[in-house]
Design a protein around this ligand. Structure first.
Ligand SMILES: Cc1cc2nc3c(=O)[nH]c(=O)nc-3n(C[C@H](O)[C@H](O)[C@H](O)COP(=O)(O)OP(=O)(O)OC[C@H]3O[C@@H](n4cnc5c(N)ncnc54)[C@H](O)[C@@H]3O)c2cc1C
Length: 472
């Protein structure tokens, strides 16, 4: 399908910018460059908007909202009398299908792009030389440059017996119309943990297999412990340090054989063992880039080479929607300068800075984190000082009572007197994180954080307690 493109017959059609992959980062870049008056061709092989709105952040958070409502209702017995809960997945599935994804169609997103002046082509784009992109039998020549925003795809481990079985990835999990009785999840990262908790709270028997020693391995060990305990409390069988040696599949479902001899049965199997960028089909070699690398390397203006930019998951700076959007903003600024559409005297432009990269795992309790973990800070040679406080010891945590599990952990560089990282786990861990993200980003002195007023009785007031531990 093509909207708004009239390609000259024969040679390549000349445009200002070609964007390959209209996911979160690509669509933002394409829309804003088109709105700024550049002639932009946007190429998307699947749905405009990408993974986040259709199979990622949005449907998963709708599921989590519902599952958390069930969990809160179950807490009524501890706080306010009696509540009887009858989970009904069809409400969640309907909301995702009708309200969030329009039945997994992207007419509205395509319309947004074309009404901004963009030209849309449905298909797989591939570089065929500097500034040249082929899609189907058509070639476009980009006068200003090409933007790559092709994202990532599920990384499926080479477990014997797995290939060829009808395992789920995030796509099937997010399109789920009816719940199975049981699911085995391979992978204890953010996606695995979030989906495990949702399914368990809706009454599905869930087993999780994590090869590493802990779930959420990239976060603080205390976060891993807290989330594993929460999953277990919800009935998830969490197997850490457990290697899946073989997968069997028959009419009744899946068997996962673990290296220690255990066998886990599930009607369904969800593979959530990470994501990988697919670079070997993008024609990177035709522009002098290495197609065998794990990610596309970019500089701090998101340039991957001369006249070529990359934004989003495929840059390897964190597979988050907010990273893709942030990078898109930087690439847009740089491209508009290159195109002469921005006053070149107006500063040097934006530069990417990932020191204060925030990330949230939306389990209950939520795990919000920003910047470096304690171990990363030590590895970078910081003179580390830690501030730690359990949430249950704060006034708000005590008032909250059931469901108040969590903590604040602050990682300070004692020599500079600033935070270089922080973790906020709790009922609103991702929201409490915002103050800590400002502190890490702006390098607010610890003494300033210690001298300000924190509203009583909020969860974020626990920051003050943790900060006090950082004072000399
Ligand atoms: C279950 C799940 C939950 C998530 N939850 C969160 C969350 O809560 N918060 C958060 O910040 N992030 C979350 N993420 C991550 C987030 O979805 C991604 O970081 C984000 O979508 C990345 O955007 P992107 O533009 O890099 O790539 P994508 O959104 O993946 O888009 C890439 C697009 O490129 C297209 N494409 C690929 N190759 C080609 C080609 N050759 N030609 C044309 N088109 C091509 C693809 O079809 C796709 O539409 C979640 C992800 C998953 C899977």
């Amino acid at each position: 399908m093509e909207t708004g493109v009239i390609a000259s017959s024969g040679g390549p059609a000349d445009v200002d910018v070609v964007v390959v992959g209209l996911g979160v980062g690509g669509a933002e870049t394409a829309n804003r460059l088109a709105a700024a008056g550049l002639s932009v061709v946007g190429i998307e092989r699947d749905l405009v908007g990408g993974e986040c709105p259709y199979w990622g952040c949005v449907p998963s958070k709708i599921m989590i909202r519902a599952a958390n409502a069930l969990a809160e209702a179950r807490r009524v017995d501890h706080l306010a009398g009696r509540a009887r809960v009858e989970p009904d997945w069809s409400v969640v599935a309907k909301r995702i299908r009708e309200e969030a994804t329009a039945g997994w169609t992207d007419d509205a997103a395509v319309e947004r792009f074309t009404s901004a002046g963009g030209r849309f082509v449905r298909g797989s784009g591939r570089l065929v030389g500097p500034g040249l992109v082929r899609v189907g039998d058509r070639t476009f020549r980009a006068r200003v440059g090409v933007v790559l925003g092709t994202g990532t795809t599920p990384a499926v481990p080479p477990v014997p017996g797995l290939a060829g079985t009808p395992y789920w990835t995030n796509r099937e999990a997010m399109e789920l119309a009816e719940l199975p009785g049981s699911v085995v999840i391979l992978g204890g990262g953010a996606i695995g943990a979030e989906v495990a908790q949702v399914l368990a709270r809706f009454g599905v028997r869930v087993a999780m297999v994590e090869a590493g020693e802990r779930v959420l391995a990239r976060e603080e060990p205390e976060s891993s412990e807290r989330v594993a305990a929460a999953l277990r409390a919800d009935g998830v069988a969490v197997h850490t340090g457990a290697r899946a040696e073989r997968v069997g599949h028959d009419d009744s479902g899946f068997t996962v054989h673990l290296a220690d001899g255990d066998r886990l049965r599930g009607e369904r199997l969800l593979v959530a063992t990470g994501r990988r960028a697919v670079l070997d089909t993008l024609g990177l070699e035709t522009v002098g880039l290495d197609p065998t690398q794990r990610f596309v390397t970019t500089d701090d203006r998101m340039r991957a080479g001369d006249g070529i930019w990359a934004v989003g998951d495929l840059t390897g700076h964190g597979a988050f929607t907010h990273v893709a959007m942030y990078q898109a903003g930087i690439a847009i600024d740089d491209i508009l300068r290159r195109a002469g559409a921005v006053d070149g005297t107006a500063g040097d432009g934006c530069r990417a800075d990932y020191r204060a990269l925030p990330r949230v795992t939306f389990t209950d309790p939520e795990v919000g984190a920003v910047g470096l973990t304690e171990q990363q800070a030590r590895e970078q040679g910081c003179n580390v000082r830690i501030g730690f406080t359990p949430l249950s010891e704060s006034s708000r945590g005590w008032i909250h009572q059931v469901g108040d599990e969590g903590f604040l952990k602050l990682v300070a560089d004692a020599d500079r007197g600033v935070l270089v990282g922080a973790t906020s786990v709790g009922p609103a861990g991702g929201e409490v994180l915002s103050a800590l993200a400002v502190a890490v980003h702006a390098e607010v002195p610890v003494s300033t954080l210690a001298g300000m007023i924190y509203a009583y009785p909020t969860f974020h007031r626990a920051i003050e307690t943790a900060v006090r531990e950082l004072l000399p």
